[in-house]
Design a protein around this ligand. Structure first.
Ligand code: TLP
Length: 342
């Protein structure tokens, strides 16, 4: 039976062009800085995000954690959104590895959140933690792939500068954000000191993310990457796929169309709440109003469609290059059948 996998854009498999590039990649020992393909990827990535230097890392989680570790000292505080990936899905790593405290704020990126942000920056009192870092996320996964616009990014960054804080951007899906806003990635990333983006999500590479920032920041992050066991040797075979992924990213726009199409189908169905206007990129959240979530996901799986949970009654669908528009329509039909039969 055919499977239509809408759990995540992480499930995308390398394209034939990526496999070809991987097979022929020129490699060396990257811990000695001698893997020319990794070096090329880091240079290309730094250029795209407009930073001095970049570091190839195995995962987005490691990239975010290296950023926290590099920017912060023990006992300091990191402001993030209440929906942030670093808060929900990185296994308390910020506390465990960097000894920092996360301070999650509801709707950090919204105009209202930004207008009250300064109230949450700690005063320099001897008994308070020191606020050190603001962590942004764009697109915001748990909110449904929503986009933080340029004005909002700029406003947070200006505040960070004013209070002498650093700003890190979890830009796992920053290319999706840039396409949604019809701007260049670097226009968004100018408003942060460091950025992590993933090659292994919608961009389609099999493995890898990039952390970028100042040359000095990356020197320290590179040391911490080794500390965490992320010093990879002939990693050029992976970086080669990343370079192919970065050469053409325009297919992300099609992913957004697929998500909108799915939303328009689902919005017509009984027993669910979907707001097509809330679909800004390749992620779509659907609220089940009648059927229990686990039952829905299990029965949908029997029909060959995979989706994931994102809250007690919320289903997340993510579109990507390995599902076609026809697959999306087929999935919509099967979801309709399932809800009707319940
Ligand atoms: N997100 C995964 C899951 O962990 C939820 C997904 O399927 O969406 N930042 C953001 C915003 C992310 O969405 C993810 C992965 C990461 C960081 C971490 O990347 P990896 O999985 O490479 O560690």
């Amino acid at each position: 039976m055919k499977t239509i996998d809408l759990r995540s854009d992480t499930v995308t498999r390398p394209t034939p062009a990526m496999r070809q590039a991987m097979a022929t990649a020129e490699v060396g020992d990257d811990v000695y800085g001698e893997d020319v393909t990794v070096n090329r990827l880091e240079a290309v990535a730094a250029e795209i995000v407009g930073k001095e230097a970049a570091l190839f890392v195995p995962t987005g989680s490691m990239g975010n954690q290296l950023a926290i570790m590099t920017h912060c000292g023990r006992g300091e505080e990191v402001i993030c959104d209440a929906n942030a990936h670093i808060f929900h899905y990185e296994m308390a790593a910020a506390g465990l590895l960097s000894g920092v405290q996360l301070y999650p704020l509801a709707n950090l990126h919204s105009d209202k959140g930004i207008s009250t942000l300064s109230e949450h920056i700690r005063e320099p009192l001897s008994y308070l933690p020191k606020t050190r870092l603001i962590c942004l996320e764009n697109t915001l996964n748990r909110a449904g792939g929503t986009v933080v616009d340029l004005a909002q990014m700029a406003a947070v960054y200006r505040l960070a500068e004013k209070f002498e804080l650093k700003a890190h951007l979890d830009g796992a899906r920053i290319f999706n954000a840039a396409y949604a806003l019809q701007c260049e990635v670097r226009e968004l990333t100018q408003y942060c000191d460091s950025v992590m983006f993933c090659l292994s999500k919608g961009l389609g590479a099999p493995v890898g993310s990039v952390l970028a920032g100042s040359a000095e920041f990356i020197i320290q992050a590179r040391r911490y990457r080794k500390l965490l066991g992320g010093g990879m040797r002939q990693a050029g075979v992976l970086a080669a796929a990343g370079l192919v992924a970065l050469a053409d990213t325009s297919h992300l726009l099609v992913d957004h169309e697929k998500a909108r199409r799915l939303a328009s189908i689902l919005a017509q169905l009984p027993g669910v709440k979907v707001n097509p206007a809330a679909v800004e990129t390749n992620i779509l959240l659907m609220e089940l109003t009648e059927m229990p979530l686990e039952l829905f996901l299990a029965e949908l799986k029997l029909k060959g469609v995979l989706a994931g949970p994102m809250g007690p009654q919320t289903v997340r669908f993510v579109t990507h290059g390995d599902v076609s528009m026809e697959d999306v329509e087929e999935a919509g039909e099967m979801i309709g059948e399932l809800l009707a039969s319940h």
